[in-house]
Design a protein around this ligand. Structure first.
Ligand code: NAD
Ligand code: AKB
Length: 314
């Protein structure tokens, strides 16, 4: 087996913490270097190497890659949909330049693989609302969605033009309890759990019937690793794979939480994030990922809620 040295950029974020820990289990702690602009997340401390790194500083990134003999990069640094609408220039700049820096270095240093996540945010109001297919009309209306769609085409370009083995998933909204979310529209589905436990009520910023594609973090981590470990000849999509777990609305998740906390109540006060959510599909067709590398989710709303409640109550 080829010895891999993995650099995770954005390791202190919602996905980064859990992905770094999962990669360390597979590849060995010392072979997975966590890096971030902010300080090391408490859950990572003592579990392996950490470097402070700004992905926008290409020279420093390049030095780290050479110095540490990095063979794979997982690039997770980004500005998400809700924060992106508050500062579109910054979101575009970070989301695009970070990817171009990583792809350039991957080409120059002949890295074995690169992982970069896209999002269901690439889809816009003209895309099909239900079972949105892999290839369809894609006209995103958020700066985050535009940056993700442009990024997908850069991945495709570097793959076909320079042979960079870059792989990507269009994650749905991800729900987790270990590290805090970073400014997305789907964050309500995380906040609701903590508020239900602490306050027994939650004031939701999306309308009760806003259905969105969602996934529990253990499924997302497994999908990422399965995609990255799949044989190269199985990967037919070099932009980004549709990926699906479940679809629910605030009303559905509130009803599920009520099974665990009967006195829980939800109210609704929508804000600018409603328009973002309304522009996205309600559910995703991920049959191409299922066909190419055997994707199958394990968690539905009921199972996820039970697991979230158990872990948050600990
Ligand atoms: P997050 O905001 O929780 O984490 C991003 C991390 O990147 C943060 O720790 C931040 O400090 C770091 N970062 C920011 N600027 C940096 C820089 N210049 N250099 C180095 N690090 C920097 O985000 P997340 O939810 O973990 O998302 C990770 C990736 O997955 C992003 O590309 C996001 O678009 C994508 N994604 C996330 C979701 C989700 O629901 N969480 C859904 C779809 C796609
Ligand atoms: C967000 O809401 O911005 C993210 C995403 C779906 O990309 N969770």
């Amino acid at each position: 087996m080829v010895k891999e040295k993995i650099l995770v950029i954005g390791a202190s974020g919602q996905i980064g913490v859990e992905l770094t820990l999962a990669l360390r289990k597979i590849y060995g702690s010392s072979n997975v270097i966590a890096s971030d602009l902010r300080e090391e997340n408490d859950l990572l401390k003592g579990s392996g190497p950490y470097v402070s790194l700004d992905v926008m500083n290409k020279e420093m990134l390049h030095v780290q890659v050479i110095r540490q003999n990095v063979t794979q990069i997982y690039l997770l640094a980004a500005i998400l949909s809700a924060t992106g609408e508050k500062n579109p220039n910054l979101a575009w700049h970070l989301n695009m330049q970070s990817l171009l820096n990583v792809l350039d270095i991957a080409r120059e240093e002949k890295l074995h693989k690169v992982y970069w996540p896209s999002s269901i945010a690439v889809f816009g109001p003209t895309s099909p609302k239900h079972n949105c297919p892999q290839q369809t009309i894609i006209e995103p209306t958020t700066v985050y969605g535009i940056s993700k769609y442009a990024g997908e085409f850069w991945c495709n370009y570097f793959s076909y033009r320079y042979g960079v083995d870059v792989r990507s998933l269009r994650y749905p909204g991800l729900i987790s309890y270990k590290s805090a979310p970073g400014g997305g529209t789907t964050d309500y589905a995380i906040e609701i759990f903590q508020e239900a436990i602490d306050e027994k009520k939650y004031d939701c910023f999306l309308r009760e019937d806003t259905y969105l594609p969602m996934m529990y973090m253990p499924d997302a981590i497994r999908a990422t690793i399965e995609l990255m470990e799949a044989d190269k000849d199985k990967i037919t999509v070099r932009t980004s794979y549709n990926l699906s777990g479940m679809s629910f609305s605030p009303m559905d998740i509130a009803a599920e939480i009520k099974k665990h906390i009967p006195e829980f109540s939800i109210s609704y006060q929508t804000d600018y994030r409603q328009a973002i959510a309304d522009s996205w599909p309600q559910s995703i067709d991920d049959s191409v990922a299922r066909r190419d590398w055997g994707w199958k989710e394990e968690y539905n709303l009921e199972r996820m809620t039970r697991d979230m409640m158990q872990n948050l109550n600990k």
